[in-house]
Design a protein. Structure first.
Lengths: 395, 97
């Protein structure tokens, strides 16, 4: 705890923590449509609106496509804008998500990771957000409710930074984080207000003194350049994500970065994972370490922009590494995290053996024994290079 | 004309001034063109009010011809024109005969 700032410990689920962060941000507009397991985020926020605890214009729309459309209109008008969704809802937003990024609108969205149909399922995997990994958004994964809260506050700063101006997606794992209650250390309202600062829109349709056109048609002569500018914005966000994460640490005690190594420096065997599984893996690693196994983990917090160089450097020299993918690329070569980590390591000196384990689809349990079995396969050589295995499926 | 590099473009492809629709000549889409018959015109300006492309010129409160750079030839003006004694002041004619 830093001098002068008293954190307030609250018992909160991931959804409650994200809704509470949104309340403290007090955005100008929230447009949303409820969906399991993210319903509570917008439901609790609607309650804050009804109780007069925020100044937000709340737009209850008729679909997620409309929710993101309304967010785009609101953000382009010059309003600080947030929303939340999950799974099929996010999939229904995909079309508009590309537009939000292309128009450089700093919308912040809470997504509770949930599997995509079919078969219909309401439980956790990362298929929904991986479906928009090319949309131009910044993607931040959370390991627990505390990180979800902290990430939501930082997302506002990152999205609105003048060298970024991109929408940011903050995710939690469906039910595991969204409905699991934890102790969450929260900041006082005025401290959040100070941390995020006033909104300075880059695009402001409602400024009648400066008329602008948003969303103009680009033909062969300009489209490529505007897409190229998005690449730079993603790249520029790296320094901002790091700076905001450092500042958060200096002020409130917990620093954040794009990746989080755990017992990785001297590790011989490592896993790469996202989200809540990292918490379980830390316990497994502690047990393995106690037994003399040099086990470690690389947690990817920021999936977009993908921290390729940092990942390659962090994994260089390891004997073997397993990527844990909580979604699959059907017809592809391994899960989305594997393919990108493998790409990051290709042609790098001292690249480790890399294997992919696809797990946890549709909320299938991942427990300590399963993570332990992955480490065992890394050690005994049954994890073959470039192999893609399905962990926990009946076969 | 040399076009701007990507680094020099406005945020998000925004166009940072107003009234830019006039720069985009849409008149070449036209297959029918409006032909003005001043002898039948009562200067009611229905054509001006209804034109979706602001392609009707008005001078001193009177109909003053068409902006054929932007007129798409939709024919709304001719449809709305009350004319004089049953004779239209605007008739649509094919661009290519």
């Amino acid at each position: 705890m830093m001098a002068g700032i008293t954190k307030i410990d609250l018992a909160r689920t991931g959804n409650e923590a994200m809704a509470y962060a949104m309340k403290q941000v007090n955005p100008d507009v929230v447009a949303a449509y409820p969906i399991t397991p993210a319903t509570e985020i917008v439901q609790l926020f609607a309650q804050y609106v009804a109780d007069g605890e925020v100044d937000t214009e709340y737009v209850p729309v008729e679909s997620e496509h409309s929710a993101m459309s309304a967010c785009i209109g609101s953000s382009a008008a010059g309003a600080r804008t947030m929303t939340g969704t999950s799974s099929q809802g996010l999939a229904l937003m995909y079309e508009m998500c590309y537009i939000a990024a292309g128009l450089r609108l700093p919308i912040v969205m809470a997504d509770v990771n949930r599997a995509l149909s079919a078969p219909i399922n309401i439980h956790c995997d990362h298929s929904d957000t991986m479906g928009m990994r090319d949309a131009g958004w910044i993607h931040i994964f959370s390991e627990n409710a505390q990180e979800a809260y902290d990430n939501m506050l930082q997302a506002v700063r990152i999205a609105e930074h003048e060298s970024v101006r991109l929408p940011v997606l903050v995710t939690t794992d469906g039910f595991i984080i969204s409905h699991g209650m934890e102790r969450v250390a929260t900041l006082p309202d005025d401290e959040v207000k100070k941390f995020i600062g006033p909104f300075k829109p880059g695009t402001m349709l409602l400024d009648v003194a400066k008329p602008i056109t948003v969303g103009a048609l680009n033909f062969t002569d300009f489209y490529f350049e505007h897409r190229r500018a998005l690449v730079d914005a993603q790249a520029a966000s790296v320094a901002v994500i790091k700076q905001v994460g450092r500042e958060f640490g200096q002020k409130y005690g917990t620093a954040y970065d794009c990746i989080e190594p755990y017992q990785l420096a001297d590790a011989e065997y490592a896993i790469v994972a996202l989200g809540s599984t990292c918490g379980t893996a830390k316990v497994v690693i502690d047990q393995l370490r106690a037994g003399g196994v040099k086990a470690g983990m690389l947690k990817i917090r920021v999936f977009r922009p993908f921290p390729a160089a940092e990942i390659a450097a962090a994994l260089a020299g390891k004997k073997s590494v397993a990527v844990l993918d909580r979604s699959d690329v059907l017809g592809g070569f391994g899960g989305p995290v594997f393919t990108e980590v493998r790409s990051a390591l290709y042609q790098k000196p001292n690249a480790p053996l890399l294997a992919d384990y696809i797990y946890g689809l549709g909320g299938r349990e991942i427990d300590m024994e399963m993570i332990g079995s992955v480490f065992a396969q890394l050690q005994d050589g049954t994890a073959k290079p470039d192999s893609v295995q399905y962990l926990g499926v009946r076969d | 004309m040399s076009l701007k590099k990507y680094q020099d473009l406005a945020l998000g492809g925004n166009i940072e001034r107003g009234g830019t629709a006039v720069d985009f000549k849409t008149g070449d889409w036209r297959s029918l063109k409006p032909v003005y018959k001043p002898e039948n015109c009562i200067h009611c300006l229905f054509c001006w009010a209804y034109c979706p492309d602001s392609a009707v010129h008005v001078a001193d409160g009177k109909m003053a011809g068409f902006d054929l750079d932007h007129c798409k030839g939709c024919g709304i003006c001719a449809h709305e024109c009350p004319g004089k004694k049953g004779a239209k002041a605007i008739v649509m004619e094919p661009e290519v005969k």
